[in-house]
Design a protein around this ligand. Sequence first.
Ligand code: BGC
Length: 252
Amino acid sequence: MTEQALGFGVDVGGSGVKGAVVDLRTGEFVSERVKIATPQPATPEAVAEVVAQIVRQCDWDGPVGVTLPSVVTQQVARTAANIDESWVGTNVHDLFTQALGRDAVSVLNDADAAGIAEVAFGDEAARKGAVIFLTFGTGIGSAFLMDGTVFPNTELGHMLIDGTEAEHLASSAAKDREELSYKKWAKRVDKVLHEYDRLFNPAAFIVGGGISRHSEKWVPLLTVDTPVVPAALRNRAGIVGAAMAAQNHVAP
Ligand code: BGC
């Protein structure tokens, strides 16, 4: 296997920072997945140190892709919904190149990264027409896909539904926090999807995040007309998409 075929991705989430070496031809991990609890407070310096620790632990010295639960434009984090406020305005390229001691670093939104991975290695539906890819986790992440190309930094998790942000209503963290049954939670997800459907009319929704592992418990309860397809890569997608972004020098 040539060096070229391998990449490294790190997915920074609300509860864990996870990284692995990825085979870019198959989307499979070729190292163990290293997970370290997200430092609290999740400041840029503290998170960058954890990212560097994961990269060191895997003995990786090539390009690194990093996802953040933030809008990222010109390699500057613009929002911070589920991480420390001090990310806003942080030049994330400078932050991670310093922490990792290398220039080849790409930083992008977590849901966009997961969407990119799903297009490359997931269900064929992700590559056809106008598709909304969603991740259900600490928040709700979104990636708009048009024939497999991402329109970056959409933030559908913050859309107001009856005066409440969609992710406060229907993330998987909301399910846990309010101890909702799948049935009750699916009703909320359904409401959110109906609203997205009404405004954006996609050909399909693809639903990812850890809770897509149990898609049989909630996807069949949804009443939205547009097909809802469980993501194929589940919570592996962020790491894989980050590794792909680094390889392709994608830096929104
Ligand atoms: C953030 C998004 C992110 C999503 C999933 C939201 O709160 O605003 O940028 O993609 O959570 O982590």
